[in-house]
Design a protein around this ligand. Sequence first.
Ligand code: ATP
Length: 252
Amino acid sequence: MSVLAASNISISFGGINALSNVSLKVDPGEIFAIIGPNGAGKTTLFNIISGLYAPSSGRVALHGEDVTGLPPHLLARRGLSRTFQNLQIFFRMSAAENVMVGRHLHERRNVVAHLFTLPSVLRQNRVTREKAEELMAFVGLRDMTERPAGTLPYGALRRLEIARALATEPKVLLLDEPAAGCNPVETAEIDDVIQKIAARGVTVVLVEHDMKLVMKISHRIHVLDQGRTIAEGTAAEVRANPSVIEAYLGKH
Ligand code: ATP
């Protein structure tokens, strides 16, 4: 069974069809990329899958269960988490605290189960702190835990954003342009982190403009153009597809 499925998704904004009948299925453990020229509908599709927009028609299923229209925090509890193209960092908080904010989403239901007694809240905070430090180390930021997030280099911030999304312990992680604005060294670090995440068994779905990165790490690639699916396949298949070449070359 696919871990994530979008079926016949359509949505329009003021008469413009941003997505028309788009379907995709992602297998467990895959690194699955969604690509396409500017305005193709990639972020809109992410926004629908992650519960920010409700589609005009179509369904989203997670682990075979219909989750269409569920808000992001409920999707997080069902194992889906995402990052955003524009960093959503609290710059005055420490790097670890930024990760703990993400972790809190996951812990809250346990805190409720403990009826908000002070000892359980304190214990919960300790667990959260330890988990945040572990995630910081996982993305290669062990030495930056205590630093105000605003003082971290740009590439580190992109990895911090990923650590925060991992704090809810997702089974499916959506990464919206994880390497946006990164130099080649920073992109290589993002590449490593994504591969480590997949090696842990987390399914990764990414939107990304860096074609070198996409072609290197993706098991399968779904190509959108003007709100429609024009191709899907391995890197080699997509690269050789005349519709894909036309969609990219025709616009530059
Ligand atoms: P890019 O690579 O430039 O980020 P994209 O593939 O992510 O592009 P989307 O941002 O999903 O494309 O946009 C798809 C289309 O939907 C565009 O024509 C865009 O202008 C339109 N669109 C997206 N969100 C909205 C919105 N909230 N209101 C109106 N139009 C929107």
